[in-house]
Design a protein around this ligand. Structure first.
Ligand code: ATP
Ligand code: MG
Length: 331
């Protein structure tokens, strides 16, 4: 097994992971295969935050969901704490459901509006048979305090439909944290929120990062928030890793022409603009049904070399310490 960047002290290892979906465009038509994740190898160390960035449709959510086995991969392996869970049956993954949690994109869809905040937070404790009634009450209180929904005895009685988007996302974060997970998949946790509350939710996640030794897979469109939140950045393009490395190294010296294009699209550091999504690159992202041969970026690449880039799939090469790039021409 070869994992770029190493796999010591890893909580999660993805080894040549592949998730293809079968889709039918018409009933009875031959199903087509969508190559959402293709040959991705990556480890997340205990307490580490890895940001996965890339355009819409590049496979970020599929990667995150496959990593915690909400989706069964079509190829490669998923190892959690060294244990191979690639094809473990759902019913044998209860322990994983408690060690890993997801903070989703849309708090309006993920938090049941008809439940009280107390019920939303107590539910995972009940499912995992945690504590007595009093102990659960105590943990719900503490969880609310930790996400600054204070005083907890007022907030716990509210129905989710009475909360603002930012408050709901705090409830979603509290719910994700209540079982003390080792790994959180935060899938664009602030992209649906008003600009005014984004900073406070990111600050909250950062607080959790420093207070508890929890690892994050932080999925985002946005390199600017990755800079503030992550230890390493993994850039995805059309289901594959284009670049991987320490945040400082990748952002100071992006080696892949795709990452360079994303960087050029980062808006000015004015906080009002900080969270703008990646500006459109010229040309369309490729179809994942029949991805381009060779390097998937070659049709849009300003430096592609004929006879090479459309023929050979570039391997990830370590050009700086811990900093890998899948480009034939990067030096
Ligand atoms: N359940 C599914 N069945 C079929 N195709 C799917 C399924 N889920 C995702 N896809 C396809 O897989 C590809 C990757 O989708 P994914 O949602 O992982 O991208 P993403 O990077 O998270 O995009 P976004 O930034 O828009 O959230 C897309 O082409 C998508 O249409
Ligand atoms: Mg997504």
């Amino acid at each position: 097994m070869y994992i770029p960047g190493g796999a010591e002290d890893a909580v999660l290892i993805l080894d040549r992971l592949e998730t293809h979906f079968k889709v039918r465009t018409k009933p009875f038509a031959r199903p087509l295969s969508v190559h959402a994740v293709d040959d991705v190898s990556l480890a997340i160390r205990k307490g580490e935050t890895v940001a996965v960035v890339g355009e819409s449709g590049s496979g970020k959510t599929t990667l995150g969901r496959t990593a915690v086995r909400l989706i069964e991969p079509t190829g490669g392996r998923v190892l959690y704490d060294g244990q191979d869970i690639t094809h473990t049956k759902m019913k044998n993954l209860m322990w994983l459901r408690r060690k890993t949690q997801i903070v989703p994109q849309d708090p309006y869809a993920s938090v049941n509006p008809a439940f009280t905040v107390f019920k939303i937070l107590e539910e995972p404790l009940i499912v995992h048979h945690e504590g007595t009634t009093e102990e659960r009450e105590d943990r719900v209180h503490k969880a609310l305090e930790s996400v600054k929904l204070i005083p907890p005895d007022i907030f716990e009685r509210k129905f989710a439909h009475m909360l603002s988007g930012g408050q709901r996302q705090r409830v979603a974060v509290a719910r994700a944290m209540i079982l003390d997970p080792e790994l959180i998949i935060a899938d664009e946790p602030v992209s649906m929120l008003d600009a005014s509350v984004r900073v406070s939710i990111l600050d909250l996640l950062r607080q959790i990062q420093t207070d508890r030794r929890v690892a994050f897979l932080y999925i985002t469109h946005d390199l600017a928030t990755a800079r503030h939140f992550a230890n390493r950045i993994a850039v995805m393009y059309a289901g594959k890793l284009a670049e991987l490395g320490p945040v400082g190294s990748v952002l100071a010296e992006p080696l892949h022409p795709y990452t360079q294009a994303l960087m050029a699209a980062i808006p000015d550091p004015d906080p009002e603009n900080r969270f703008r999504k990646i500006a459109a690159l010229p040309g369309e992202p490729p179809s994942l049904v029949s991805p381009p041969s060779g390097c998937r970026f070659h049709p849009r690449c300003p430096i592609a070399r004929q006879g090479l880039c459309e023929v050979e799939v570039p391997a990830l090469r370590e050009l700086r310490p811990g900093h890998f790039v899948a480009c034939h021409l990067a030096v």
